[in-house]
Design a binder for this molecule. Structure first.
Ligand code: NOJ
Length: 547
């Protein structure tokens, strides 16, 4: 039987730079992270995704790589990386690293050689003699980024950059570049990682090359999967691909392309549903969810290290989410997103936060958690762009939240020190001891999700529960079933269970503010109440692999 570990993984995303500093220089490092594995293990995560930690001029939080085969000396050495993965494995935690090969930093020696006309690297990037007419279209960071083609003074040509002008797009159409990408993957796989979070996949597959080489962009994903599985059987590709659902087939193939894709559209519907206090946006989305191959998977998330991208909502819907969660202009970004953390958006209301986590964990897919959200950290809007949500982890009430022993002004970014989300109140040490804290709730929720393996495999059935604020889902797999009910509204709601479900034989897995009338098959959910049940399911199929 195949071990599709990622179907029921719980992924915790860490930025080494802001997690834990071990040597007092104000910058997080691998030794510090290794020393904090207890927290990740106790949370119940099973896999760690590391944001880029490679040598980099760091003009885009490390997504501007200057050397793919090393660790930035600010975070430690390759030796420290291996010690970290070893320690993670000892605790049963897998490690994924970011693969950022749509572009490199313009400081990368490859780009420097390319602009100098070195024949080996001449075609490693995408060059044009004249500035294309559509150069101002398709910028990813409107308001900050002006163009996608910039003139290089040395080569006297224009290079393409989908993102910032310091991130030149690699020419993936070149066979040498594709070979190098495999070399990079092979390198990190040999150091023990279980796969890659692949950056900007749809942009990687855009073919802007002038000399075509018979390269077929989406099929290239199959080649990568084949390469990966020969090198390390369990390795996966977890793709950042903000795609409409009808393109899923191109990216998953028959199960021979990407293993996991972040479900960005679902994330947007979730925030619309939270804003309205209505289940409709999520229920409707799930009813239309495409069938995907059994080995493929969605990744679900509440927040990540970027803005919440609401670009796939209708204008009116986007305005509703802005009004509910980020009404000030300063909270919004790139005309499409919110640069806030989860906890402040939900008013710091722990019941609402627990409900939000619970909904995310009940949705089809593998959950991914952004560090700090498990304790309800806040943002710092005085920091530029997306840095607002990238402040240091808050470990305790000690200086700098125990992130670093450096002077506060020497920390890589300030720890949130003012307001209701400041480190003296919001920190791991404080919440660890309190069984009612958000951290304790999130730990319990993750435990339940790990028990409820049906959720990782099933395409859930959406039930009509009566009240429009209640999201009711049934996930069935291999003879087991899980029923989850969530009240998204700030007022109580009644839910009625349909006859088909074996209500009397269901055992509760989780509960927050729910009162059950078994005779009437009715649940009364308090504001933001939720309930998870398990049951034996006669209709389950037995033809899938164990996860
Ligand atoms: C997506 C990453 O998530 C984001 O942080 C980065 O700025 C862009 N890719 C460019 O690499």
């Amino acid at each position: 039987m195949l071990n599709l570990w990622y179907k029921n993984a719980v992924i915790y995303c860490v930025d080494v730079e802001t997690f834990q500093d071990s040597d007092g220089d104000g910058i997080g490092d691998f030794k510090g992270l290794t020393g904090r594995l207890d927290h990740i293990e106790a949370l119940g995560a099973t896999c760690i995704w590391l944001l880029p930690f490679y040598p980099s001029p760091n003009r885009d939080n490390g997504y501007d790589v200057a050397d793919y085969y090393n660790v930035d000396p600010r975070y430690g050495t390759l030796g420290d990386f291996v010690e970290f993965t070893h320690a993670a494995h000892e605790r049963g935690l897998r490690v994924l690293v970011d693969l950022v090969v749509n572009h490199s930093s313009i400081d990368h020696p490859w780009f420097q050689a390319s602009r100098a006309g070195d024949p080996k690297y001449r075609d490693w990037y995408v060059w044009r003699k004249d500035k294309p007419e559509d150069a101002e279209k398709g910028v990813i960071f409107p308001g900050v980024q002006k163009t996608t083609w910039t003139r290089d003074t040395k080569r006297k040509e224009y290079y393409f950059h989908r993102f910032y002008e310091h991130q030149a797009d690699l020419n993936i159409a070149s066979p040498e570049v594709r070979e190098e990408i495999e070399r990079i993957m092979g390198f990190w796989l040999a150091l023990g990682v279980s796969g890659f979070r692949m950056d900007a996949v749809p942009f990687m597959l855009e073919d802007l090359s002038s000399a075509h080489s018979g390269w077929e962009p989406h099929r290239y994903l199959s080649q990568l999967q084949t390469f990966l599985s020969w090198r390390r059987a369990e390795a996966i590709l977890l793709a950042e691909a903000n795609i409409p659902m009808d393109e899923a087939g191109d990216y998953f193939g028959t199960g021979d392309r990407l293993h996991v894709i972040f479900n960005f559209p679902l994330n947007q519907q979730m925030f619309l549903a939270f804003a309205r206090g209505e289940a409709g946006p999520v229920s409707d989305f799930l009813k239309a969810l495409p069938e995907i191959p059994a080995i493929a998977q969605w990744a679900t998330f509440l927040r990540n290290h970027d803005e919440i991208d609401l670009g796939r909502l209708e204008t009116q819907e986007k305005e509703e989410v802005f009004a509910a969660f980020g009404p000030d202009e300063d909270m919004q970004l790139y005309d499409r997103g919110l640069r806030r953390r989860l906890a402040p958006m939900l008013g710091g209301d722990e019941r609402r936060l627990a409900m939000a986590f619970s909904v995310m964990l009940a949705l089809p897919g593998t959950p991914v958690i952004w560090y700090g959200d498990e304790i309800g950290m806040g943002e710092d809007l005085s920091l530029p762009e997306r840095h607002s949500v990238r402040t240091p982890m808050q470990w305790s009430a000690a200086e700098n939240g125990a992130f670093s022993s450096a002077r506060a002004k020497d920390c890589v970014r300030p720890v949130v020190a003012k307001g209701p989300f400041a480190f003296p109140h919001v920190n791991v040490a404080r919440q660890k001891l309190d069984p009612l804290s958000l951290l304790s709730q999130v730990r319990r929720l993750i435990r339940a999700r790990r028990e409820a393996r049906e959720i990782g495999w099933a395409r859930p059935e959406v039930l009509k529960a009566g009240d429009g604020s209640v999201l009711a889902l049934v996930s069935r797999w291999r003879g087991g079933g899980v029923l989850t009910l969530h009240n998204l509204a700030d007022r109580p709601a009644l839910a009625h269970l349909p006859e088909g479900l074996p209500f009397a034989a269901m055992s509760p897995l989780l509960r927050q503010g729910v009162h059950i009338d078994a005779k009437e098959r009715t649940l009364r959910l308090d504001a933001y109440g939720f309930e998870w049940f398990r049951f034996e399911d006669g209709s389950g199929t037995r033809d899938e692999d164990e996860g």
